[in-house]
Design a protein around this ligand. Sequence first.
Ligand code: HEC
Length: 107
Amino acid sequence: MTKRQHAKALALACLFALAAATQVSAEDARGRELLNALGCKACHQLEGSGGALGPALDGVGQRLGAEQINKQITEPASANPSTMMPSYAHIPEEDLKALVDFLATLK
Ligand code: HEC
């Protein structure tokens, strides 16, 4: 590789890294926005803010996989028939996905 090609490859690699980082933080922001907008934080804490009716969501991605998180959000009564958590099965598919993806990254 010539010096010039090398510089070009390096610049491209930086661009890709930047694009990937931007993508992640946009998803992250959407997940946080939904947690607030859907009222999850009335019952759940995240990073020290929120209610205490449910368990804190910090590290939830370590306790539950994406499938389980999805199930908890859409059919909370399946895990606990007398749960206080309402079902969010009615929210748009892409919001559900963003929320589940975000929660699954909390490790
Ligand atoms: C009215 C209170 C309430 C609201 C609102 C609520 N939850 Fe929950 N949630 C609970 C309770 C209580 C539990 C504990 C398990 C149970 O009793 O079902 C729980 C459990 C969970 C769990 C499993 C946590 C773990 O560590 O096992 C997840 C994930 C979760 N909720 C996500 C959400 C999300 C996302 C929202 C908003 C879309 C939400 N909850 C809204 C009360 C609530």
